[in-house]
Design a protein around this ligand. Structure first.
Ligand code: HEC
Length: 99
């Protein structure tokens, strides 16, 4: 009986972990598609083709650019994109767009 309970707890926590991981993934992707993909389709840049999102490694550099914008990019304040969402989208960019 004790083993059954332990196994159930383990199974439930594994299940919860993957749900959280999936939510994070679709969250970042959904935000990117809604707010960034118009200018950065597939991680490119239709306004300044030299400034693509490919091969970015530092999430802080991305979240900083999100907040400041500039040189043709709109700035997103905390109302437009929360810190948590900015982080999600930064992680999505790093994971998704590689050279
Ligand atoms: C209105 C068009 C537009 C939108 C919308 C937009 N960007 Fe940009 N983005 C640009 C332009 C133009 C640049 C180049 C700016 C520069 O030269 O500094 C840029 C640059 C960047 C850079 C720096 C790339 C580099 O190589 O240095 C990052 C990171 C970035 N954008 C992320 C985002 C994210 C994340 C979003 C969505 C939350 C977003 N952008 C939405 C137009 C846009």
């Amino acid at each position: 009986m004790k083993i059954m309970i332990t196994m159930t707890i383990v199974a439930v926590s594994i299940g919860m972990m993957s749900v959280a991981a999936i939510a994070a993934e679709t969250g970042g992707e959904a935000i990117f598609k809604a707010k960034c993909a118009s200018c950065h389709p597939n991680g490119g840049n239709i306004i300044n083709p030299k400034k693509t999102l490919k091969n970015m490694k530092d999430p802080k550099a991305i979240t900083k650019k999100i907040r400041t914008g500039g040189s043709g990019m709109a700035a997103f304040d905390a109302k437009a994109l929360s810190d948590a969402d900015a982080k999600l989208v930064a992680d999505y960019i790093i994971k998704t767009f590689k050279k």
